[in-house]
Design a protein around this ligand. Structure first.
Ligand code: ASP
Length: 338
């Protein structure tokens, strides 16, 4: 088996900078020196390192496209791909990749760590070695995980279903609305019922995202000035509306008027719950009925990261409003349960 390791940065390869007292990204040679086991794996591992390596807070849609291109160029040369990435924005990258890699039938596994590889108690070794093993795993000659996934601390999650929940625990990620794709113990147990089916179609890599999106996170007491300034920001084409519970929002006339005016200007609004678990259910409460009636779309049980990157993808994929709405309301890559 041949696996391509793509190193973008993140804590896993960082070193402590004595001058500033902060962790800074470092080159792959350092990482390899800290994890000599990489040379003993029983698959052929090749490495490509992005320049510069970054803390994932500097992640950008351009790098998602670059990752798509790296996978496209190497697709037929490797059996699987492992992306080393900072955990902070890993769920955004894994969600974005799931949308741009259409007809993917090879594993693309993202991983990283909470402690740098050079620290004695690091989680880097296990995460990286198991991620590579998962990327190289097959059943009846076909990949076990033919999709984008995140591996962290013994759990493999679908990439567009996961969310970083902890900045300190080794169990940094959760996938509340979808079961793990695999669990690693003495053996790696794949939950085959939940992984995507292998496709025979040719890979298509969509290479653009439209980031002209605003995020309006509701809170009790939010003012009209705040709401209107977000809805009227120049060039905004879509809003992710972060609502309460099952998609609920204030019923004040000024609030509903502001949303209606945005919709009348052609802005798409996608309703995502602030809850991690469960689903938006427009109309279940009176406090979401008006949103439904004015044409606000439901993100159902999508994560915020999946909803945001799907919107960036859909805005670029089609200029047609009806088509955009149809794509947003439909499950494209296992990101939502409806
Ligand atoms: N700040 C780091 C990053 O996201 C954290 C990590 O790697 O876990 O790049």
């Amino acid at each position: 088996m041949k696996i391509l390791l793509i190193y973008t940065g993140g804590t896993i390869g960082m070193v402590h900078d004595a001058d500033t007292g902060s962790y800074i990204p470092f080159d792959f040679e350092n990482l390899q020196a800290q994890i000599p086991e990489l040379k003993q794996l029983n698959c052929k591992l090749e490495i490509t390192s992005y320049e510069p390596t970054i803390d994932s807070s500097d992640m950008h849609p351009n790098i998602w496209v670059q990752l798509g291109e790296t996978i496209e160029e190497n697709y037929h040369k490797y059996d699987g791909f492992v992306i080393l990435h900072g955990s902070d924005t890993m769920a955004y990258t894994s969600s974005a990749l799931s949308f741009i890699l259409e007809n993917l039938n090879k594993p693309v596994i993202l991983t990283g760590s909470q402690l740098p590889s050079g620290v004695p108690r690091t989680d880097a070794k296990e995460n990286l070695i198991t991620a590579i093993e998962i990327a190289a795993s097959t059943r009846d000659g076909k990949p076990e995980v033919p999709e984008v996934a995140v591996y962290f601390e013994y759990q493999l999650y679908r990439g567009n279903r996961t969310h970083k929940v902890n900045a300190e625990h080794f169990e940094a990620f959760e996938s509340v609305n979808y079961p793990p794709l695999a669990e690693a113990g003495v053996h790696i147990k794949f939950n085959r019922r939940y992984t995507q089916a292998v496709t025979e179609e040719e890979l298509i890599v969509h290479k653009t995202f439209n980031p002209n999106i605003g995020v309006l996170k509701l809170f009790p007491g939010i003012t009209e000035t705040t709401v209107r300034s977000i809805l009227s920001a120049p060039r905004t084409q879509a809003i992710i509306l972060e609502t309460f519970g099952s998609g609920n929002a204030p019923t004040s006339v000024w609030f509903l008027d502001a949303l209606q005016e945005a919709i009348d200007k052609g802005i798409l609004i996608l309703n995502v719950s602030q809850c991690q678990g469960g689903s938006v259910d427009l109309g279940r409460y009176q406090t979401s009925k008006a949103l439904k009636d004015m044409g606000i779309l439901s993100a159902y049980d999508m994560t915020f990261e999946a909803a945001l990157t799907k919107m960036m993808f859909v805005l670029e994929y089609s200029n047609d409003v009806v088509r955009r709405k149809e794509l947003l309301g439909r499950n494209l890559q296992g990101e939502m349960s409806c």
